[in-house]
Design a binder for this molecule. Sequence first.
Ligand SMILES: NC(=O)C1=CN([C@@H]2O[C@H](COP(=O)(O)OP(=O)(O)OC[C@H]3O[C@@H](n4cnc5c(N)ncnc54)[C@H](O)[C@@H]3O)[C@@H](O)[C@H]2O)C=CC1
Ligand SMILES: O=C(CO)COP(=O)(O)O
Length: 339
Amino acid sequence: MSNEIIAVLGAGSWGTALANVAAENGHDVRLWSHRASQVAEINETHRNTKYLGDNPLNEGVVGVADMQAAVQDADIVLSVVPTKATREVAKQLVAALKNLDQSIILMAATKGLEPGTYKRVSEMLAEEVPAKYLRGLGVISGPSHAEGVITHDPTLVTAVSTDVAVAEKVQHALSNQVFRVYTNTDMIGSEIGGALKNVIAIGAGALESLGYDANAKAALFTRGLAEISRLGQAFGANPITFMGLSGVGDLFATATSVHSRNYRAGVQLGEGKKLADIIEHMGMVIEGISTTKVAHELAQKKHVEMPITSAIYRVLYENQDVKEAIQTLMGRPVSQEGK
Ligand SMILES: NC(=O)C1=CN([C@@H]2O[C@H](COP(=O)(O)OP(=O)(O)OC[C@H]3O[C@@H](n4cnc5c(N)ncnc54)[C@H](O)[C@@H]3O)[C@@H](O)[C@H]2O)C=CC1
Ligand SMILES: O=C(CO)COP(=O)(O)O
């Protein structure tokens, strides 16, 4: 494996865990944060306690507060800020690349859709970053809680780009004995799968806290994946992608794990907590809350049937009771599977 310079933008839980994987692989890693205190903590204590507790970081992870210093001579840049910060950070990246007259491979590890425009994260980045600064554009997706990656739980993800050589370069840079990277070329399916599983994970958490059992959870996962796949196919996704790591794989990981912020938000909703309080106390991004609204609107716009997403929308945005939402779903006219 050749030694690359890898810049990671965003020192939250996922950016930090990915930076740690890259540093463990021997790369020169700069972890950019807009918070000086976080950069200091990373460099002085080799920890990022707010997001990853007492887990030590590889000493090869260097915190950097200056965007230009972070991306100078970088081969690969990973964008790992929340969806809502993606354009703002991309603008800072572009200013740095312009000054440096440099091009990069840019991979987004963010999982969401943009409110209002309904854009995928890679589409937002393609709009913000002029092609002359890009040697490649893609995403990293798959079942990968930062908490498991930092503790070396065997983890599989996909590096996705329409340019196979770009996906393979990232695959080789990040793979190791505990972190195995596959490649894929289906950007639409991977990004829709990665964003939409968060919506279903909120539902799964709510089921858990209300005491529902395996039948109800299996129903949610299976029919949830069916509607994710329908939406993806309406945009031209390959249906097989939803059977893979960024589809059923990530749905399973997120909708069954206490590490998931979306699942935990769902648990708290089921307990009757107010959405604003849940967001305030999580202290980390809960992408599925915004994605639920985007997906609900998209379903209407594209005439795609997404009853579970719409039920979760009503719980989140119209204060519908979870049990009432389940009754509405169960009372729908019976239909044929596989449509
Ligand atoms: N946490 C995880 O295990 C995984 C998260 N993801 C995705 O990665 C993305 C990031 O998630 P997390 O790391 O969990 O979020 P987080 O909430 O832990 O961290 C977000 C980071 O972005 C920074 N940030 C926020 N707004 C910013 C701005 N305007 N400018 C600069 N920096 C800003 C925050 O300071 C923080 O360091 C999300 O889209 C999430 O769905 C994907 C896979 C795994
Ligand atoms: O995408 C993730 C795991 O693959 C993380 O999900 P949460 O944002 O719900 O923690």
